[in-house]
Design a protein. Structure first.
Lengths: 337, 248
């Protein structure tokens, strides 16, 4: 069976020894080792949800261990605690199955192996067997599917979806962290533009903090890219939202992502527009069904025109005018401003 | 590997030597001559002892301010390996360009400079200015461009660990064309060009820093990450302001 080992750093040696016993017993063992970054909680949650059972060392009531037991409880995944005999357990945990350590490692390991053998493998469909669209659609609508997706898989699935949808995707150099996960390269009448994409898949309860937005903006500045897109289904903190507004970093929700098609999507140049003007421009492009070239042509007509158009659209004026459904009519009106 | 002369700038107690007993054979160690440079004589001596206990071919100690290392070393000494570890955040930005150029100028034709540091100092230190991998990449690009090798991209990697984020920079001298003498002749121009880049990066960082701090002031912090971020940004803000106003 697949197991997740939850332990505090102080029990790392013991956990390592137990891992070897369990692996020798034919089981797969995952743990927090090798995971890092601000997506850590999501990566841990994903690993727990993919396991058939959790072995926890809550002896010192380490907050991470207790949190991970809670994740397992929420996902209906069985837990076995490994407890020293002289430790008093918190009242909420008293009825959770436990292996009480005898102080004889061989005896304790044998007992743990026996108990682990009672875990039933849980049926699960491998992520690789599903299409990116299906994976993201499931993640959008089902909390179980969302939480089971690891941050790394989320990033890979987003990249594959964009490729499948016809986008020209460029990966950053392999070495090191470049502050973005992928870039969309868009050819248009005014040349090629580069839009950096950063995926942020956090646990459902988590919020995207301000530094995530700031770091993506730093990458935009360093690479000379046109814009930055933050793909996430988590809410942003108030400060993160404010930084995004000021820097023009755009958020892309899963439903927006699933609706994106290469021919229908417009990369927004910064053009000195405020983020709300950029947003209005993209809304107008979507509302009037512009393809990429049409939108680029409108942008290419000059900064003032775009600014005026976006401001008008933001006021709702253009969106309420049914006769302006063709891009050409829209552009003619704009030219007369 | 033939004879290898290694200069360890800001060597501290020689912590970098600790892992070598496992990773280098006795034979390899016997070919390495280690020169330790530090502002603290006690530290430098400890590093020398550590080198001796490892069985390195030789070890010398030089004591002085990091910014003056060029003057403290024999003028014709070129190194196969120059290291500067866990120190860049302590270097005043106005001295950073000179230090980097000095390291490149002192490399032997096949030599390598290896620099690494943390992206954030934990706990933060007042006046320290840690750099991020992306900024280091920009500085390194300017460095090699200033020496006439704009096509060469020195290796810069940012890395994450559960408790610390960091970067390392590797500059291989063989990709930078001119002879040592020509390189030294262009040092002042290179320092000036890199200093401009560093100043521009600091101004950009200050703007980014201010923007986020203003958001925190207006909306407060809503996660533990933001709490930690705010503290570091306040320290960065202080260090950047001092550096940009020439008060460092």
């Amino acid at each position: 069976v697949r197991l997740y080992l939850s332990y505090p750093a102080s029990d790392r040696v013991l956990a390592g020894a137990l891992t070897r016993v369990l692996v020798d017993g034919g089981h797969e063992v995952a743990s927090v080792e090798g995971l890092y970054g601000s997506d850590l909680a999501s990566a841990v949650t994903s690993a727990i949800r993919r396991s058939d059972g959790v072995i926890a060392f809550p002896g010192s009531l380490n907050p991470n261990v207790v949190y991970e037991m809670g994740v397992a409880a929420g996902a209906d995944i069985p837990v076995i605690m490994v407890m020293p005999s002289d430790v008093s357990v918190a009242s909420d945990l008293r009825s959770i199955p436990a292996v009480i350590a005898t102080g004889q490692p061989a005896v304790d390991a044998a007992e743990l192996l026996r108990r682990v053998g009672q875990f039933a493998p849980r049926g699960r469909q491998a992520v690789r067997d599903l299409s990116p669209e299906n994976i993201l659609a499931a993640a959008l609508h089902e909390i179980d599917a969302y939480e089971a997706l690891s941050p790394r898989e989320f990033e890979e699935v987003v990249a594959q979806l964009l490729i499948d949808r016809g986008f020209d995707i460029e990966q950053p150099p392999r070495r090191g962290d470049h502050g973005y996960d992928m870039a969309i390269r868009c050819a248009g009448p005014s040349g090629t533009t580069l839009v950096l994409v950063q995926c942020k898949k956090l646990s459902a309860q988590a919020r995207v903090s301000a530094h995530v937005v700031r770091e993506l903006y730093e990458a935009v500045q360093h690479t000379g890219a046109t814009a930055g897109l933050l793909v996430t289904s988590s809410d942003l903190t108030s400060s993160a939202r404010a930084v995004a507004d000021q820097t023009g970093i755009r958020l892309l929700r899963l439903d927006d992502l699933l609706a994106m098609r290469a021919g229908e999507w417009t990369p927004l140049a910064r053009h000195d527009l405020t983020p709300s003007q950029l947003l209005a421009f993209q809304d107008a492009a979507r509302t009037y069904g512009w393809d990429r070239d049409t939108a680029a042509a409108v942008l290419g007509r000059g900064r003032d025109l775009v600014r005026g158009a976006a401001t008008l659209t933001a006021s709702g004026h253009m969106l309420r005018t049914p006769s302006l459904e063709s891009p050409g009519a829209w552009v003619r009106i704009l030219e007369g401003l | 590997m033939e004879r290898l002369l290694w200069l360890d700038l800001a060597c501290g107690r020689g912590q970098i030597l600790e892992g070598l007993s496992d990773s280098l054979s006795d034979r390899q160690r016997s070919k390495i001559t280690y020169w330790a440079y530090d502002v603290d004589q006690t530290y430098a001596r400890e590093a020398q002892r550590a080198a001796a206990s490892l069985g390195l071919a030789g070890a010398k100690v030089f004591v002085g301010d990091l910014g003056a290392f060029q003057d403290a070393l024999p003028p014709d000494a070129l190194f196969d390996f120059i290291t500067l570890t866990n120190t860049v955040h302590e270097i005043a930005p106005s001295h950073l360009a000179r230090l980097l150029v000095g390291a490149v100028v002192r490399l032997a034709p096949e030599g390598t400079a290896y620099i690494y540091d943390m992206e954030r100092v934990k706990p933060p230190e007042l006046g320290a200015l840690p750099w991020g991998a992306q900024d280091v990449r920009a500085i390194a690009s300017e460095l090699v461009a200033a020496f006439g090798a704009p096509e060469y991209e020195p290796g810069v990697s940012g890395w994450h660990h559960r408790t610390v984020d960091g970067w390392h920079l590797q500059i291989d001298r063989k990709h930078i064309g001119p002879t040592a003498a020509v390189l030294a002749g262009g040092a002042d121009a290179a320092i000036a060009a890199i200093a401009i880049t560093i100043e521009a990066l600091m101004k950009r960082r200050l703007a980014d820093c201010r923007r986020t701090l203003e958001a925190f002031t207006m909306f407060g912090v809503e996660t533990a990450e933001e709490q930690e971020d705010r503290t570091h940004l306040l320290y960065d803000y202080w260090a950047l302001t001092r550096a940009l106003t020439g008060d460092e």
